[in-house]
Design a protein around this ligand. Sequence first.
Ligand SMILES: Cc1cc2nc3c(=O)[nH]c(=O)nc-3n(C[C@H](O)[C@H](O)[C@H](O)COP(=O)(O)O)c2cc1C
Length: 313
Amino acid sequence: MRTRFTDMMNITYPIVQGAMAWVSDAQLASAVSEAGGLGIIASGGRTAQWFREEIRLAREKTDKPFGVNLVLQDPDWQDKFQVILEEKPICVSVGAGNPLPLIEPLHEIGTKIFPVVPNIRLAKRVESAGADAIIIEGMEAGGHVGNISTMALMTQILPEISVPSIIAGGIADGRGLAAALLMGACGIQMGTRFYASQESSAHINAKMAIVNATDTDSVTTGRRGSLVRSLRNELTECYHKMEDEGRPREELSQLVRGTARKAPIEGDADWGIVQAGQSLSVIRELLPVATIIEQMMKEAREATELLQSYFVE
Ligand SMILES: Cc1cc2nc3c(=O)[nH]c(=O)nc-3n(C[C@H](O)[C@H](O)[C@H](O)COP(=O)(O)O)c2cc1C
C-alpha cells in the first residue's frame, strides 16, 4: 500500500507502532519495522544510556527504518535529546510538551519530527513551524490523553492540515486503518495492539490483562491533572476512590509514583498501571507482529471493497 507517509518513510504499510514507555524497545520496534510498518523505541522513564543502547540494538536487528520517541515531561528528556542528536535516528515522535524548539535542531541532523497533537490549535502550530508529519491522537488511546475523540479530531483536523497525518487512539484492526485513510489520513498508529503482541517484551501478566479485557475495562485517571488511560484494576479503583474523597493531589501522585513500570516490567497488573486504549475486545490473543499487520491489511482491503460495493447505480 502506498500513501504519502509510506513514500516519505520508505516503508511498506502505513502502520506505526506507537511509542510506549516501558514497553516499546528495540525488540518490538525492529519486529514492526521488519514486518513493513514503522517501529518506535520509547525513551520515557528509561535512562539515556538504555535509550542509546536500544537504538544501536535495533540497528543490528533491522536495516528497515524505525523511529524513536521523546516525552517532554520526562525529567531527563534533554539527555535523551542529546542521544538523538548523536545517534541521528530517521524520525522522532514527540509527546507531552512543546515540540517547536526541537524542529530546527532535528532538521539540521536530517531527522524528521512527528509531534503528537490532541487538538486543532496545536496541529496547525506544529505544521506551520515545520513538522514533517503529525500524529493526531484521540482520547481512546492508551497512555496520556487529551479529551477529544479520534473521530472528532479526524473530522476537524484533517481538512486543515497538508502534512501527512497519522491517526492514533482506539485503532486496533484493519477496519480502523481503512476508516482513517478514508477520512484523509496517511496512516495510523497503534499502541495497545502491539503491547499485546508476541514480540512485545512486556511482562506476560500485563499482556494477558489486555487480552482478557473488553471495552469498558479501559478507564482514565487524573481528572484534576493530565488524563491517563489504562485498564481498570486495584490501582485505578483506589485512585478513583481517593479522587471522590477529594484527597490532595500530592497523595494521588504518591499513589501512582513508579507504577508505570510495575505492570510491564515487574508483572504487577493489579497495582501497576497497564496503560491501554479502549479498543480491547478485538485483541483476543498474543499474535506475532507480522500476523497482526498482515491481518490488518487484509481487513482494510475487505472493508474498502465492501464500501465500494455500496456505490451501485
Ligand atoms: C503502554 C503505553 C505507553 C505509552 N507511552 C507513550 C510514550 O512514552 N510516548 C508517547 O508519545 N505516547 C505514548 N503512548 C501512546 C501511544 O504511542 C499511542 O499513541 C497510543 O497507544 C494509541 O492508542 P491505542 O493504545 O488505542 O492504540 C503510550 C501508550 C501505551 C498503551
